[in-house]
Design a protein around this ligand. Structure first.
Ligand SMILES: Cc1ncc(COP(=O)(O)O)c(C=O)c1O
Length: 399
């Protein structure tokens, strides 16, 4: 135990990203390993929100749509997210939930594809909302859904495939799927690639432009720390924007919204992914939260994330008796996101007790303990403590 604590100390001392921890409101008594579900609060956000509410809303009122930049917030904040996911400016718009953006993206992909392609492949292990919505989108556009395990996605794409919807990192196991390879295989088959980045954006390099992704969606309340229910985003590659045909053509995506004309005419660019009035308070909390990324390279975040998850597993192996937990997250670095998922008997009781003892992870029923590692505010001593407390809990709750 002492050896691993010493090692944790040495790793934390050498860790350049550790300095960002002070940017977050965290209490020393808790190890927060749930940033893959709800990111921690950046410490400066409350003061910024107080200003938004008291001055921009309270004093400037309606003038803030122009004077405080509220109207253009969806595109402006999209451009702040762009470098984190490897996208050039002008391709990301923020707004609505991930679920709603999945709908926009899947319908738009179906409309962008050739008429004789009638299948939409969907990650068979997907987060449920994507599957529900893709099924409805397929029904509306005259397509049929084909569930495919991401490992078989490349082989499954063929002349009938219009598009595929795939999760970059699996929400349950933490498995990272091969975004470059699957995207290339889909393109070779003449199909479009739509990616869900909820569990990868802010945790590892995505390379949307470099890998030629067509459309992508993601949430901002996990690794981007935007706050509960903060708006999601939609990426539309520049080459598709002129033909992007939104199924939700609200007035905010109109070419001249204040002309209030009865006929719809889509705005140029990614703005056509907007729908209605943006949820400004959440948007501006997200915009402020993104300040923590200034001067941070996503490659450094990835390197620390892999080191943290490796070290956590090393500690688990050292402290937890054989057979009590089994990692369902792949060991290989290129198959892993930024969480460790441990299958465990009696997982609900184990997680409840962990949380009582100050180690906050979460549970995916029936038997998965999830521990998310957010390199900007989680350190190696946290990983060691989490494994140690897990061993103590398991000792007190016999199998
Ligand atoms: C991979 C994935 N996709 C979609 C969603 C749903 O997002 P929302 O509730 O913002 O629509 C989540 C939520 O956690 C998710 O993890």
């Amino acid at each position: 135990m002492a050896d691993l604590q010493k090692k944790a100390h040495a790793l934390d001392t050498a860790d350049e990203l550790g300095k960002h921890r002070e940017k977050f409101a965290l209490d020393a008594g808790t190890v927060y390993l749930d940033g893959n579900s709800l990111g921690a609060l950046p410490a400066h956000v409350p003061a910024r929100m107080a200003d938004v509410i008291t001055r921009e809303w309270g004093e400037l009122r309606i003038r803030s749509w122009d004077e405080s930049g509220w109207w253009t917030a969806p595109e402006r904040i999209g451009d702040r997210i762009a470098p984190i996911v490897g996208a050039a400016q002008g391709q990301i718009v923020v707004g609505d939930s991930t679920s709603v953006n999945v709908f926009k993206a899947v319908v738009a992909a179906a409309r962008l594809s050739a008429d004789d392609r009638d299948e939409i492949l969907v990650d068979a292990t997907t987060f449920p909302t994507d599957g529900y919505i893709a099924e409805s989108a397929a029904r509306m556009t005259g397509h049929r859904i084909v569930p495919v395990d991401p490992a078989g996605m490349a082989a499954a794409a063929g002349p009938r495939t219009a598009a595929a919807l795939v999760n970059h990192v699996d929400y349950r196991s933490g498995r990272r799927h091969d975004l470059p390879g699957i995207t290339a295989a889909l393109h070779a088959a003449g199909a479009l690639a739509v990616w869900d980045l909820c569990h990868s954006a802010g945790a590892l390099p995505v390379g949307l432009d470099a890998h030629g992704v067509d459309l992508a969606v993601g949430c901002t309340y996990k690794y981007l720390n935007g706050g509960p229910g903060s708006p999601a985003y939609l990426y539309v590659a520049e080459r598709h924007q002129a033909a992007f045909d939104s199924p939700l053509p609200g007035w905010n995506s109109h070419n001249d919204p204040f002309a209030m004309t009865p006929g719809y005419e889509a705005a140029a660019g990614v703005v056509r992914g907007r729908v209605g009035t943006p949820d400004i308070l959440s948007m501006l909390a997200l915009e402020a939260a993104l300040d923590v990324w200034d001067g941070v390279a996503i490659e450094d975040v990835r390197a620390k994330s892999l080191a943290l998850t490796d070290f956590f597993l090393e500690c688990v192996r050292a402290y937890v008796p054989e057979g009590r937990v089994t990692s369902v997250t792949p060991e290989a670095h290129d198959e892993r996101g930024s969480q460790t998922a441990l299958a465990c008997e009696n997982a609900p009781a184990v997680m409840a007790e962990l949380i009582k003892r100050g180690v906050v992870g979460d549970l995916r029923r029936p038997d998965i303990l999830r521990f998310g590692f957010t390199p900007l505010y989680v350190g190696f001593a946290d990983a060691e403590r989490a494994a140690r407390v897990l061993a103590e809990v398991l000792a007190d709750l016999p199998a």
